[in-house]
Ligand binder design. Structure first.
Ligand code: UDX
Length: 430
């Protein structure tokens, strides 16, 4: 099929690359000429394992092109995808301005009937609005059908998730359009769930909010473990073996971050309130996460570990491993508080330092774990990068001036760290 995609962020670019890998002809559109020039030269603007190679392969095969020209992206296509951002707007609302702008541009540009698929995470009812906007602006003889196809990929695993996801959700009220979108994904071999438009839109929010709930739940269990002497990892294992519960997303830590869980959970509570329903549980999920972001700091304060001028290493800046994304990373709050207390901070991440410089331009950064640990008097583990969790405990002891470690991701066993003489504090393990 001939496919046009608006937006080349994590969702748009990965979708475009994977659809071209599946044999479709894909044209990706972005408003940024710099980004388009970069991608035309075979470079990915985001770090995602395996993406750049797959992108280059399909460009060379002539199946994947990049443009800033709307006519090139929107005309003569079987399906158009909208994959622009829906950042957090005012009062927890999803900001739909980019989605609506793309809908207007599609309406102004198309000359034939169009199937327009929204991949961006959008509140219930948005696809109907998208369809209305395009219809209003396109010529009256043009048929427009909006289809919802929410994205479930995880950053850092995006290529794998695209080809091996648990389901593909396609929602719409015009069956031939829904079937056409299903056909576009048929070679992926992933179960396809066809629903009405609004249910598809809500599936995305409900899924993300449920996963966020699982994380906040296990984090509260971790807090109880700390007060009672139980071990959250053993509790999670014992719970997770029950198939009704499942073992995934039961890893206690310093709380969730990223571009989706915090934003989508807030958007769902706002959406619910506007529909006249108070989603009580989700308010608590968000509150627990806020408190959890402070956990390492609380522990460090209890140990008097952050006196003025102390050399503090922040290990990991990305909100999770295998991505350079630092949005809503628990590292942000920690760094702010360490700065307030006058700590001498050195921040380490294998790839996310450039992104964090946008938040803290004047911080000292390194992409060498050794440099970060050298003479440090305390270290905070924020991201469970392999480079960090596969480090031998003796290395911390050898490099640090005072081996005091606060680990927000439970990267090491308590007994191992103790054996190596490290003053080690982790989450929910007594
Ligand atoms: C998430 C959803 O998983 C994905 O389906 C959706 O499309 C986008 O949002 P992502 O934000 O990329 O994906 O990362 P994910 O791996 O889900 O992790 C989110 C956050 O939860 C991270 O901060 C991670 O550290 C945290 N997390 C995850 C935990 O604290 N414990 C867990 O058990 C799992």
């Amino acid at each position: 099929m001939n496919i046009g995609i608006a937006g080349t962020g994590y969702v748009g670019l990965v979708t475009g690359v994977c659809l071209s890998e599946a044999g479709h002809h894909v044209t990706c559109l972005d408003v940024s000429p710099e980004k388009i020039a970069l991608m035309k030269s075979g470079k990915s603007p985001i770090y995602e394992p395996g993406l750049e190679e797959m992108m280059q392969r399909n460009q060379a095969a002539g199946r994947l092109t990049f443009t800033t020209e709307k006519t090139e992206a929107y005309r003569g296509k079987d399906i158009l995808f909208i994959a622009v951002g829906t950042p957090e707007g005012e009062n927890g609302h999803a900001d739909l301005s980019f989605v609506k702008k793309v809908a207007e541009e599609i309406g102004d540009t198309i000359q034939d009937d169009a199937i327009v698929v929204t991949k961006s995470t959008v509140p219930v009812g948005t696809n109907d609005q998208v369809e209305a906007i395009i219809r209003e602006r396109a010529a009256s003889n043009i048929q427009v059908h909006a289809v919802s196809n929410p994205e479930f990929l995880r950053e850092g695993n995006a290529i794998h998730d695209s080809f091996h996801g648990d389901r593909i959700v396609i929602g719409g009220h015009h069956q031939p359009a829904v079937d056409k979108v299903a056909e576009c994904f048929s070679s992926f071999g992933i179960p396809i769930v066809k629903t009405d438009t609004k249910s598809a839109e809500l599936i995305k929010y409900a899924s993300n909010a449920f996963l966020a709930t699982k994380i906040s739940f296990i984090n509260e269990i971790a807090n109880i473990c700390e007060l009672t002497g139980a071990n959250v990892e053993e509790v999670a294992e014992g719970m997770g073996l029950d198939k009704r519960i499942g073992s995934q997303f039961l890893k206690a830590g310093i709380g969730f971050g990223g571009s989706c869980f915090p934003k989508d959970t807030k958007a769902l509570t706002t959406m619910s309130a506007e529909a006249g329903y108070e989603f009580r549980m989700l308010n608590a999920v968000l509150e627990v996460n806020e408190l959890q972001h402070n956990k390492l700091l609380e522990k460090a304060d209890a140990e008097n570990a952050i006196e003025k001028g102390v050399k503090a290493a922040v290990l990991g800046l990305a909100f999770k491993p295998n991505t350079d994304d630092t949005r809503e990373s628990p590292a942000i709050r920690l760094i702010e508080e360490l700065q307030n207390r006058g700590a001498d901070i050195i921040a380490y991440d294998p790839i996310a330092t450039e992104k964090m410089k946008e938040v803290f331009p004047d911080l000292t950064y390194t992409d060498s774990l050794e440099t970060a640990l050298q003479d440090a008097e305390t270290a905070f583990i924020i991201t469970d990068w392999a480079q960090i969790k596969e480090t031998d405990p003796s290395y911390f002891k050898e490099k640090m001036k005072r081996p005091v470690i606060f680990d927000g991701r439970n990267c090491f066993t308590v007994s191992d760290m103790k054996k190596h003489g490290i003053d080690y504090h982790s989450i929910g393990r007594g």
